[in-house]
Design a protein around this ligand. Structure first.
Ligand code: ZN
Ligand code: ZN
Length: 219
């Protein structure tokens, strides 16, 4: 969502597909010219309209520009006191693997809710792992015990086994192409470019570092 100002000073909301056309001001009814998309994005605070989202993210983070200018990314109300390194690895344009880090900035009270969500997520993960490790021997024993009794034709058995193995591998592969902690989306939603950057990369690995104190850059 972008805005252009009408001669009556009303801010008219426009979509990117309305670029280089005229829209009618809902307040005074006069016609307002919408500039081309690059100009529109620049005026809306996007200094790097030509860049890929992941590069915008890393550039603004490195330069301490908005959204990395010291506000809490979650509540967007208080100054940040803590930072969590978000480490991303993805495939670059030349198929080389790229690694980079940008900070998730948090105020004191948002840091507390972040810590508790992260703990809950870690316990849930540990629970799933324990469940898996507990079920594995049961499945193995049951298979060894019952498979010979069914006396399946060996050709059919092999075909079924390879289909199951293939489907399992494909499912695991799909799951692991975009790997990130489950709770993280709502925390990254407040960082401009981050949701786009993550969505636009087809494969990546996202991990979180330790929370450390954050000091806003001197202006
Ligand atoms: Zn108007
Ligand atoms: Zn906050």
């Amino acid at each position: 969502m972008y805005h252009v100002e009408c001669c009556c000073r009303n801010q008219v909301s426009v979509q990117i597909h309305q670029c280089s056309s005229d829209v009618r001001c809902p307040s005074c009814g006069s016609s307002v010219a919408v500039p081309d998309s690059i100009t529109l994005q620049k005026r809306s605070g996007d200094k790097y309209p030509g860049m890929r989202p992941i590069d915008k993210l890393l550039t603004t983070a490195a330069k301490h520009e908005h959204p990395f200018d010291g506000m809490c990314h979650k509540c967007q109300e208080r100054g940040a006191e803590f930072q969590v390194p978000v480490n991303v690895s993805w495939m670059g344009a030349d198929a080389s693997s790229q690694h980079s880090t940008f900070p998730l900035l948090l105020c004191g009270s948002c840091r507390q809710s972040f810590d508790s969500e992260r703990n809950a997520s870690n316990w849930a993960l540990a629970g799933r792992l324990a469940l898996f490790l507990g079920l594995l021997p049961i499945v193995v024993v049951a298979t060894c015990e019952y498979a010979p009794r069914i006396e399946l034709d060996s050709g059919v058995a092999r075909a079924v086994a390879s289909i199951v193995a293939f489907a399992t591998l494909a499912a695991i592969g799909r799951r692991f192409r975009k790997l990130k902690p489950r709770f993280i989306d709502s925390w990254l939603a407040g960082i401009r470019w981050a949701p786009e950057a993550i969505k636009s990369e087809s494969e990546y690995l996202l991990t979180l570092g330790r929370v450390t104190p954050y000091e806003a850059p001197k202006k």
